[in-house]
Design a protein around this ligand. Structure first.
Ligand code: GTQ
Ligand code: FE2
Length: 360
């Protein structure tokens, strides 16, 4: 090597400069990616007053089609999303309001947090929503929301927007009127497909998504608690049920894996990690999760993120039901799913830090 006279470094610098001018960069100089989802938690007690203030400041209509606060993961600078592939947003709608009809290539789910009397309309079908209900809005379906009851109505929106943006496949359209025409009986899909094991043979559903709009929480909770009498489920995930497409047994939404998880009082799962950034929403209960060695205390209606490949385990202080969603349906067929149990310390991480929730 010609070290010492500096001519090699000079030549290298010139070379790098020339590569840059060619809109290229040498791979061997690239640093490890620093933008990465971090474990995080948003408390509902912090967000409810913000949502209520938003109802006074921002009317819902064609100006602001949805009154939504987006959970922005602090690890994902400028990305304004909960994980690198998924959004978790809180939406509030007040009595008499209509969130006008539109459709987009992003798929959405709703998990009802508070209130009743609001409906969502999806492709000509209306469904009234109650706390804990899981509602699907598959991509490119017309959807609008209206509130015909009393009091505020809040739900968590999960969307695959960052994923769709990565593919630059974002399209959005407004319907010509605020409300789309209702062409089906309310909850028609529930009667047609809700039985799950019995398929109506005269209906042809050519979509990669579930034909079911609303998976009622009362039913989900009944199945969870019935199973809880017989089993603790998985040592890592306790009793977890996947919301499926009744026609295929696959995920309810083609891009988002959605689950309901029951933790019994005192249940402490073993830690594991897997790819797929995951969002947890506490439907009911109280407890904490240890995520990458950090303790996150949670209660009803809180939302938290377990990043891809982060060790995590859950502890329920009382019976707890978690709604869980992630990007597994996209990861898995691409061979990108991997999973590992935590084998030390009897499967439990050492807690080295406690997360402090609330505003910065
Ligand atoms: O309710 O249609 O949180 O289109 C973000 C985008 C909700 C919705 C969101 C949306 C919606
Ligand atoms: Fe939408």
């Amino acid at each position: 090597m010609t070290s010492g006279d500096g001519s090699l470094t000079e030549e290298l610098d010139l070379f790098y400069e020339e590569v840059r001018r060619h809109n290229s960069s040498p791979l061997w100089l690239q640093e490890r990616q620093t933008v990465k989802t971090v474990p995080f938690l948003w408390r509902y007690d912090d967000f409810r007053p913000l949502l209520m203030r938003a109802t006074e400041l921002v009317p819902v209509g064609r100006q602001a089609e949805r009154r939504v606060l987006v959970f922005a993961n602090p690890g994902l600078e400028g990305k304004q999303s909960a994980t690198s592939t998924l959004l978790a947003n809180l939406q509030i709608i007040m009595p008499g309001e209509v969130a006008p009809s539109h459709r987009h290539t992003a798929s959405a789910l709703r998990l009802i947090v508070e209130g009743s009397g609001a409906y969502t309309a999806v492709q000509g079908e209306k469904s009234y929503m109650d706390p804990g209900d899981f509602v699907t809005t598959p991509n490119w379906t017309w959807h609008d929301h209206g509130h015909e009851g009393q009091g505020p109505m809040v739900w968590l929106d999960g969307l695959d927007v960052p994923m769709v943006m990565t593919f630059e496949a974002q399209f959005q359209e407004q319907y010509s009127e605020d409300k789309q025409p209702i062409t089906k009986a309310n909850d028609a899909s529930m009667r047609l497909f809700g039985a799950g094991t019995l398929r109506p043979t005269w209906i042809h559903h050519d979509s990669v998504h579930s034909p079911l709009i609303n998976y009622k929480f009362a039913h989900v909770y009944d199945v969870l608690t019935t199973l809880a009498k017989e089993t603790d489920g998985s040592p890592f995930d306790a009793i977890t049920l996947e919301y499926t497409n009744p026609l295929t047994g696959g995920p309810a939404l083609a891009t988002i894996g959605c689950f309901a998880q029951l933790l019994k009082p005192g249940q402490h799962t073993k830690a594991h990690r897997h790819t797929g950034g995951t969002i947890y929403h506490v439907i009911e209960g109280k407890g904490y999760s240890v995520i990458a060695g950090k303790r996150f205390d949670w209660g009803r209606k809180d939302t938290f993120v377990v990043p891809s490949w982060a060790w995590h385990e859950h502890v329920a202080e009382v019976e707890s039901v978690l709604f869980v969603y992630n990007d597994w349906p996209v990861l898995q067929p691409l061979g990108l799913f991997r999973e590992e149990p935590y084998t030390e310390r009897d499967g439990h991480q050492e807690v080295t830090e406690t997360f402090v929730a609330g505003p910065a």
